[in-house]
Write a protein that binds this ligand. Sequence first.
Ligand SMILES: *Cc1c(COP(=O)(O)O)cnc(C)c1O
Length: 446
Amino acid sequence: MASLPLNPELLARLQSKQPLLWLNPKQGQPLPASAPSADLIASAEARLARCAPLMATLFSELAPSHGQVESQLMPATALQHAIVGNDGGDGAWFIKRDDQLPIAGSIKARGGFHEVLAIAESIAIEHGILDPDGDRRVLATAAARALFSQYSVTVGSTGNLGLSIGVMAAALGFDAVVHMSADAKAWKKDRLRQRGVRVVEHEGDYAEAVAAGRQQALAAPRCHFVDDERSAMLFFGYAAAARHLSRQLAEAGRVVDAAHPLFVYLPCGVGGAPGGITYGLKALFGEHVHCFFAEPVASPCMLVQLASGTDAPVSVYDIGLDNRTDADGLAVGQASHLVSPLMASQLAGVFTVADDQLYVQLLALKTSMGVEVEPSAAAGIGGPGWLLGSHEGQAYVRDHGLDMRNATHVIWATGGSLVPPAELRRFQDYAATLAGQACGAMQPAA
Ligand SMILES: *Cc1c(COP(=O)(O)O)cnc(C)c1O
């Protein structure tokens, strides 16, 4: 521990689990030479567009969007007033409603569907069922299903990635296998099993479930392992979100340029989803977009990786944190090694959130806007407050010469619409017990 390349003051604050905003001193430096080309973002956009008719064929709930899997950008003035008081503070707030993404109910629909579609296209082309330029709806025919049934698609997940990959793979006829950590929620396992997905449970944390899944998949023929810690196909599926967001911002009349900064607050687990979206947004808006990740105080894996300033893997366990959080989508001890080197020069910073604060924010969102999310998805809500109200945030604004009156703040809500109503109520009830209470509240019953 003594040899960790973290500044001692930061280390002490992280270890005390005191929420903090860390600013990335390397933001704006050039990307590493190995950084993937932005063409791959365009390829992901093209794949999702050409597969939209297929998606509409596979999932009747996608008929209204013609197979597009996208979410609303919702003005959040009521939340802004609830959080920063009656004058509403500076700028305009929005919530990006990935909690409502169809079929998977979380941000994981973006990366997960993209990767499974890429696998299906490549197998079908290889076997002469699909012409490279052909109509993707052929992938929903009996011939394609018979082919896919000889292949398995495997993933390791705390839950939401499993829901996304498992449901998409099963819908195409693949043998879908999801390796889950023991702490994954029972309703997620049930839902997967109902959709014909095989669920394999593992003791230990998320990383162990991923490792077990990877090992079993590598040993099996005709098996594709979706690797949350390394997958470029997931990453670019997430990155494809950026262009749609830019259209939504334009439709909402929000300009993004030197005089009109865009702030985006993204909950971070292993880093794939928020990292991909950041990569996509940076390609479109450059220095005019400021992306901040939100991580639980017990699981600040991207923060410790970036703050260490090294390429050597650093985990939250290395600094004595236990990676225990109710934000199950964010309970990751070590950041993705595909993503962290890219974020080293693109990310503005990371702020941490205590679990109780997640519930307080989740309840504020429900009370002010009627929006119900899971704890992970509430992590970004504190972002504007950090920026406008903390010394670090104010220093950031000053150093970058930003005019906050024209700022647009996008809080990315990442999951929740599939959470059973009883569970959502339990989150809110627990938050209500926290209101006005100093400490020592009971955790919501599992
Ligand atoms: C997975 C997840 C995230 C974070 O995505 P990573 O790719 O793990 O960083 C955030 N919120 C929810 C609800 C998630 O399921």
